[in-house]
Design a protein. Structure first.
Length: 413
């Protein structure tokens, strides 16, 4: 007997018809005598609806109460699905994060899992066929409900698979696997059969929302092999695994993130400690700075340019205004509509010329590069947001990733 963890995202549990497809997926391992832990997201649109509702009540709602509110989406899904399972004579029950418990820190809205009581879950499963666990949620030391950040049900599933030492961890979604880029914006995207943890980490952190980045960090840390596949067809999806279990290609995928803003501090004092002051003040507000470029000029001044998520722009500007006299800059410039486009591949480690190929491809389409950053396995260009789709398709083609057939052939199956 095996233990299988299956996670289903929002579009997979959107209504009764979709939940019947989920039921079919769950019945397969059951028919082989296996036990199943099902992790569910809220029905699609529900988390956004709840977030918007809270904003009607208060412009800056209390973070702990926000987590109590948004976690209810997953409660509805697990209860409804358990009702469906039980109506079929399947021994099942729903469990919320605090009932497991899935222990997290108290960073409301972006909590991190610190512990899961695997033994208790195994005990619960003794008398059951299926345990239906609410994704996205946990509880802190004070037993307050926490949530794990957008897309957090992926992390719940992988963390549960690790804690339970499950034999299989399947992430079911609305596309047939991880593609060379988002198949919803590039019809020539190809499904990838196997992707290394490090590549998937870069893809997720550069915007490919098919897996939440923390779920990949968990998978890598605990060596959980993750199978990303579609709820709506039967074909095998993508295996996310160790690098040595796959053939290295130069570039495996193109990721994008449209929600970026660029800030420049013009004519900052060029002296030790300035960057430390600027970025410590921003970090104190838990704002993530990504790309950073500094260009010293001859007059003892420097321009300091960096990116932050667009949602954090206003708060970052307020922090910087407060530093004006300490840091001594002349002007604060910002640009709200920037996007990152990245080429990612473990094969880059041993090859040169990848960056120049990306720059050439963008240049041929007349797309200006605003900033560049690279790592061992990634080249990222910041561009104007309005060129995102064009840039993704252009780089996808330039790195030979285009396929002949339509990316989403199995979606309507
Ligand atoms: P779920 O609700 O099942 O968690 P998400 O919407 O979070 O699903 O993630 C699936 C979506 O991720 C796809 O519909 C697709 O638009 C997007 N996506 C972005 N990049 C990729 C990629 N490289 N491969 C597959 N899907 C991607
Ligand atoms: N419902 C949450 C969200 O929309 C978590 C998830 O779907 O993974 O972000
Ligand atoms: Mg998701």
């Amino acid at each position: 007997m095996s233990l299988v963890v299956q996670k289903f995202g929002g579009t997979s549990v959107a209504n009764l018809e979709c939940m019947r497809q989920v039921l079919a997926k769950v019945k397969r391992p059951l028919s082989q005598g296996d036990k199943v832990v099902v992790v569910l997201s809220a029905m699609s649109g529900e988390t956004n609806r709840l977030l918007a509702l809270a904003k009607e009540w208060a412009s800056n709602p209390d973070p702990a109460e926000m987590d109590s509110l948004v976690s209810t989406g997953e409660q509805v899904s697990v209860a409804l699905f358990s009702i469906l399972l039980k109506s079929q004579g399947i021994r099942a029950r729903s469990v919320l994060g605090f009932q497991v418990p899935i222990r997290t820190n108290c960073a409301f809205g972006k909590a991190r899992i610190v512990d899961i009581d695997g033994d208790k879950l195994h005990e619960m499963l003794e008398d059951l066929d299926v345990l239906v666990v609410a994704g996205f949620q946990g509880c802190d030391e004070q037993n307050r409900i926490t949530t794990l950040g957008r897309g957090g049900s992926d992390t719940s599933a992988v963390a549960l698979a690790a804690a339970l030492k499950a034999d299989v961890c399947e992430i079911y979604t609305d596309v047939p696997g991880v593609f060379t880029t988002d198949p919803n914006i590039c019809s020539t995207a190809r499904k990838i059969d196997r992707v290394a943890y490090d590549e998937m980490l870069e893809m997720a952190s550069m915007g490919a929302k098919v897996l939440q980045i923390r779920s990949v960090e968990f998978a890598k840390k605990y060596n959980v092999v993750v199978h990303v596949r579609s709820t709506f067809c039967d074909e095998p999806g993508t295996i996310v695994c160790q690098e040595d279990q796959m053939e290295a290609v130069l570039v495996s995928g193109i990721a994008y993130d449209k929600d970026q803003a660029r800030i420049t501090l013009v004519h900052v004092e060029d002296r030790p400690g300035v960057s430390a002051e600027v970025f410590s003040a921003i970090a104190e507000k838990k704002i993530l700075v990504d790309m950073i470029v500094q260009n010293p000029s001859k007059d003892g001044k420097t321009d300091l340019t960096f990116t932050v998520p667009r949602a954090d722009l206003d708060q970052t500007l307020r922090v910087l205004e407060g530093l004006k006299y300490e840091v001594g800059f002349k002007e604060l410039r910002y640009d709200k509509h920037a996007a990152k486009v990245s080429a990612i591949g473990v094969g880059m480690r041993n090859h040169s010329g990848v960056a120049s190929k990306a720059f050439r491809a963008l240049a041929e389409e007349g797309i200006n590069i605003l900033m560049i950053s690279t790592s061992e396995i990634k080249v990222t260009c910041l561009i104007e947001e309005k060129y995102t789709e064009l840039a993704v398709r252009t780089m996808h083609k330039a790195f030979g990733l285009d396929s002949e057939t339509n990316a989403q052939s199995c979606k309507s199956a």
